[in-house]
Design a protein around this ligand. Sequence first.
Ligand SMILES: *Cc1c(COP(=O)(O)O)cnc(C)c1O
Length: 257
Amino acid sequence: MHPATGEDQRLAAEQLWLARDMTQIAANLATVRARIAAACQRAGRDPESVELLPVSKTRPASDVLTAHAAGYRRFGENKVQEAEAKASELAHVADLEWVMIGHLQSNKAKQVARFASEFQALDSLALAAELDRRLQAEGRQLDVLIQVNSSAEDSKFGLPPEETLPFAAALTSFDALRVRGLMTLALPSPVEDQVRACFVRMQQVQALLRDQGVEGQSYDELSMGMSGDFELAIQHGATVVRIGTAIFGQRSYPAVG
Ligand SMILES: *Cc1c(COP(=O)(O)O)cnc(C)c1O
């Protein structure tokens, strides 16, 4: 063995640091998974009926690899540029899928049509038309969730609940979009009843769509619940919970939207 150089020591420290991070992420995933299972049990639901979607926004590709090694292959991102960069950095990982969960401007539709496997924040027909056009050009289809503004005054994105049904009907003109369900961000409130009201509203919109919605569309997916409110969301029928900080730790800069 040659004597350790400063560079060796720096590398060793870096590896230790990385290993510590990896262990933490794996442990957090297991904890969140267990909390999902417990919430499902309380609600009389099958734990397999709720997908844990790790939200990797602001986190490095190495964190995605760690979660992938723990068995996760779909990751939520909210910024197109960041997601595309990670997708190309991790292009060697064959089964990774990128789920766009944030508001999208029409001028980014082209990139999303190229690399995303699902888009959860559809809330305008202009965007739907642009996505459809780009997807047709790529010869692809895209799973979409309709974003609903379940907190009325609080959110600037998402459709008012009462506009969701006519919106879904209008989406039938876009062959490349496969409607799979609904997505929402609940009111970020410490008052549980206010958060619950958002989730209850989503269940009502879902029931209405199932009753009066369009042939060929599915409304089974209900993407709602984040680190702070996912157990309540599960109680009210969430099938996808989008979890960032409870898995990867606090983000160094805020990125909700
Ligand atoms: C960031 C984000 C999340 C995850 O939020 P956490 O509180 O970190 O779990 C979920 N959904 C959307 C749309 C987000 O932007």
